[in-house]
Write a protein that binds this ligand. Structure first.
Ligand code: FES
Length: 282
């Protein structure tokens, strides 16, 4: 079910690197949203210009959703100017999100850039469910928009060992590591997939059987993550980023080719995805 809500802005925080955290009162969407789903919202009150933005947190009881986005085009720059108290026409939750593999208790969550927020959502979800030991790896070329805190969580196979990429994960006792190719305080200099490989190499076969991989981010990163998952024979779900116009399945502007049992098929990222089994795409 899809809802259209005039969502009130409860908070709008602005961080370095044109990153913004938007908290919206959208009770119907909040009650139904899951990790990997997104909203399509109007950026400017006077124009029907909408942008798809993935959901970072959702609190069904309080009726709130939280989005973390980076302003990089006309729409998102207009969105960044919206103020607390204004209302934003919000359509959602859209898309088929991640399905947590209940058999595998060590989920590996990999987010790159704007693909990080859905991983935060997924991390919170597995924590709420309980019984999982997740590791979150995040690749970002701009410092994460929250203060990085040193952490006591040590992860075998992760060089440097110390994690603590963001307070949320830290508060939830979830091991995490930020990676960047340029390097900045608190991050690992290199690719997320290198750390993923290191981590998996420290495990024996029985431990590896507990791992499932979930990823969201730019295409080359997803391809590299899918290759790691394949090398270690792990199930892997990827959330695809594709240009979206209508966001609700009507324009076919977001179509990609996937492999199905009956051969190649065209699927719309917005409504058939955005999450797909990696082996059907790469
Ligand atoms: Fe229009 Fe997906 S964006 S069908």
């Amino acid at each position: 079910t899809l809802f259209l809500e005039e969502a009130g802005i409860l908070a709008h925080e602005h961080y370095e690197g044109d990153q913004h955290v938007l908290r919206l009162a959208a009770p119907k969407i909040a009650a139904k949203a899951g990790p990997g789903s997104f909203v399509h919202l109007t950026c400017d009150a006077s124009r029907p210009l909408r942008r798809p933005i993935s959901i970072m947190r959702s609190d069904g009881e309080r009726g709130e959703i939280q989005l973390l986005y980076k302003a990089f085009g006309e729409g998102t720059h207009l969105l960044a100017q919206r103020r607390v108290g204004e209302r934003i026409s919000t359509l959602g939750p859209i898309g088929n999100g991640f399905t947590v593999d209940r058999e595998r208790k060590r989920p590996l969550l990999i987010g790159g850039g704007v693909g990080i927020p859905p991983m935060i959502f997924l991390a919170e979800e597995v924590r709420r469910t309980g019984g999982y030991e997740p590791l979150v790896l995040m690749g970002s070329e701009v410092p994460f928009p929250f203060r990085v805190r040193p952490s006591q969580i040590l992860v075998p196979g992760i060089p440097g060992g110390v994690t603590g990429a963001m307070p949320l994960l830290e508060d939830w006792d979830i091991a995490s590591r930020l990676c960047s190719l340029q390097g900045y305080a608190g991050c690992h200099e290199g690719f997320v997939t290198d750390l993923a490989r290191h981590w998996l190499e420290t495990m024996d076969a029985a431990q590896r059987e507990q791992v499932s991989v979930y990823a969201c981010g730019p295409h080359p990163m997803l391809e590299a993550v899918a290759a790691v998952a394949k090398d270690f024979d792990l199930p892997c779900q990827v959330s695809m980023e594709e240009f979206m116009a209508c966001g609700v399945g009507g324009c076919a502007g977001c179509t990609i080719q996937v492999t199905t049992e009956s051969g190649p098929a065209m699927k719309r990222v917005c409504v058939d995805g955005p999450v797909f089994e990696a082996e059907t795409i790469f």
